[in-house]
Write a protein of this length. Structure first.
Length: 254
C-alpha cells in the first residue's frame, strides 16, 4: 500500500510569534510542488500557533501543537485544552515525545488519555515512541516499543487508527547528531508495524504512517525515507532554518 510521506517540524521551545512568521514567509514560497508528494506539518510553541495558523490558512501546510492536556477545562494552571487548539486552527498534536516522557514524567496511561482526547476533538495525534540507548544495548528494544504501543494506543478503534501518525524516535538519536542507520530505523519501523498489526489488524498496520525522528538532516533524509516502512520524519534541529527544512523535504521526495 502506498503511504504518502508526512514530514513535521517540531520547533520545541524555539521561535516566538515573530520568528515563526519570519520562518514561514521564507519557507512557504515554492512548497507547492513538495506538497504534491508529501504532507508537511509545523509544530510551533503554543504562543506562536496563532501567528503560524494565520499565515497557513490558505496553505496545505498543517499546524500542530507540541502537547495538550487530557482535561477539558478547569483549575489546571499552565495547561491547554483540545477545544482551545481547535479554536486557533490546529490540526495535529504531538504526544508522547521522549522529552515529555523523560523530563515531565508522562506515563503511557497519561499519553493514552491524551491520544483519546485529541481524537475525540477531531484532531490528529502524532504519537511518539522510542527507546533509550541503555534500553537498546540491554536488549529491551522490542519490550519497550511493545509497551509503549500497546499502552499508548489502548482502547482505540480501527477507525481511530486512521487518524493516528506514529513517530519512532530512538531517544539516543534525538538532538545528539547521531542517527540510526537506515537499516536500524527500518528494522524498528517494521517491528512497530507488526505491533500495530497485532493490535488492530494487518490492514490498519499497512495503512498507518510511521515517521522516523532523531537527527534527520537534508543529507540523510533521502536514504531514510527510501526505507520500506519509513513514511516520513519528525524533525527537530534541522527544521529551525527554512532552507534546511525545505532541502530536507525536497531530498526526501526526490
Amino acid at each position: 500500500m502506498a503511504r504518502k510521506l508526512i514530514i513535521a517540524a517540531n520547533w520545541k521551545m524555539n521561535k516566538g510569534p515573530a520568528a515563526a512568521a519570519e520562518f514561514l514567509e521564507s519557507f512557504l514560497p515554492g512548497t507547492e510542488q513538495l506538497l504534491d508528494k508529501c504532507d508537511i506539518v509545523v509544530a510551533p510553541p503554543f504562543v506562536s500557533i496563532p501567528a503560524a495558523a494565520a499565515l497557513l490558512v490558505d496553505s496545505a501546510v498543517a499546524v500542530s501543537a507540541q502537547n495538550v492536556s487530557d482535561q477539558e477545562e478547569g483549575a489546571f494552571t499552565g495547561e491547554v485544552s483540545t477545544s482551545m487548539l481547535n479554536e486557533i486552527g490546529v490540526h495535529f498534536v504531538i504526544l508522547g515525545h521522549s522529552e515529555r516522557r523523560s523530563i515531565y514524567g508522562e506515563s503511557d496511561q497519561l499519553i493514552n488519555a491524551k491520544v483519546k482526547k485529541v481524537l475525540d476533538a477531531g484532531l490528529r495525534p502524532i504519537f511518539c515512541i522510542g527507546e533509550t540507548l541503555d534500553e537498546r544495548e540491554s536488549g529491551q528494544l522490542e519490550h519497550i516499543l511493545r509497551r509503549q504501543v500497546s499502552g499508548g494506543l489502548a482502547d482505540l478503534t480501527v477507525d481511530n487508527m486512521g487518524e493516528v501518525v506514529v513517530a519512532y524516535e530512538p531517544v539516543w538519536a534525538i538532538g545528539t547528531g547521531v542517527t540510526a542507520t537506515p537499516e536500524q530505523a527500518q528494522e524498528a519501523h517494521a517491528f512497530v508495524r507488526t505491533l500495530i498489526g497485532e493490535q488492530f489488524g494487518d490492514e490498519v498496520a499497512a495503512a498507518t504512517r510511521i515517521q522516523y525522528g532523531g537527527s534527520v538532516k537534508p543529507g540523510n533524509s533521502a536514504e531514510l525515507m527510501a526505507q520500506e516502512d519509513i513514511d516520513g520524519a519528525l524533525v527537530g534541529g534541522a527544521s529551525l532554518e527554512a532552507s534546511s527544512f525545505r532541502d530536507l523535504i525536497a531530498n526526501a521526495v526526490a
